[in-house]
Design a protein around this ligand. Sequence first.
Ligand SMILES: Nc1ncnc2c1ncn2[C@@H]1O[C@H](COP(=O)(O)OP(=O)(O)O)[C@@H](O)[C@H]1O
Ligand SMILES: Cc1ncsc1CCOP(=O)(O)O
Ligand SMILES: [Mg+2]
Length: 260
Amino acid sequence: MLTIKSIRETNPVILNVANMVTPQHVADAINFYGGSPIMFTDEREAAGLTNISSGVVFNMGSTNEATLRNVIASGKVANKRGIPVVIDPVAIGATELRQDNFARAAEAVAFDVIRGNAGEIAYLANVNWQANGIDAGNGDGDVVAIAKKAAHRYHCWVVLSGVKDIVTDGETTYCVDNGHPYFQTNVGSGDMLDGILATAIATEHGLKALVRATATFSIAGELAGEKYPNQPASFFVELYNQLATITDEVIDTRMKIHQV
Ligand SMILES: Nc1ncnc2c1ncn2[C@@H]1O[C@H](COP(=O)(O)OP(=O)(O)O)[C@@H](O)[C@H]1O
Ligand SMILES: Cc1ncsc1CCOP(=O)(O)O
Ligand SMILES: [Mg+2]
């Protein structure tokens, strides 16, 4: 089982192609959870940094030609070396450029995990959904079916986040029922979860590790929300405190997961 102790002992280096908005949030989340974050922007060090990493995260939130080249260069090395790849198709429904960029990345790189909200994963599953920029937006599709369809299409694990998080390999599917509405209020929650997931599977590769990491992040948010019930910004700072101090006992006690 993935434990907090094993994550902290492993202290895996997690390489990030970040977006321009939330790199500090992502680095802090990885760091407080027990990983060792590093970001880069120059393609000349893509291979060298991937080689020293145990997990990579590609955030497609503000990609341009240069960052897309970084994704592809790092992803190819990661695939060759068996280093897990997490990708976040931020706001993919919004523009054709985002869709083309993701397709180019998917053609060159095999992903271990796609993590997105319902609007993003629905786009990848070819299911009609009214996404709202970076936010999930509205749709009446079944999120379990959508996550499974995307997992089949891209042959990888899918984590569809939201009020309930769906974690699936396309066959075995878990629903994580922990969380707090202030996650949605803060920009960067999803990006932080990407880093948490990469840190988890860099420590222990498997669907169960992904489920436990997803629950851990949500439980940290529950604890932060209990401390600051009416202060969404303080919630976000407290989320770091909770990630840094959470224990396996607390996770075991509070975790609400079921197979669907
Ligand atoms: N309304 C909500 N209630 C509880 N947890 C939520 C809610 N919305 C999002 N979360 C949590 O926030 C984190 C980020 O998910 P999400 O907001 O879907 O990503 P993104 O920021 O990419 O849209 C996940 O851990 C998810 O469980
Ligand atoms: C606002 C914004 N614009 C491009 S990426 C980004 C951050 C998205 O963060 P998250 O999806 O984690 O809320
Ligand atoms: Mg997002």
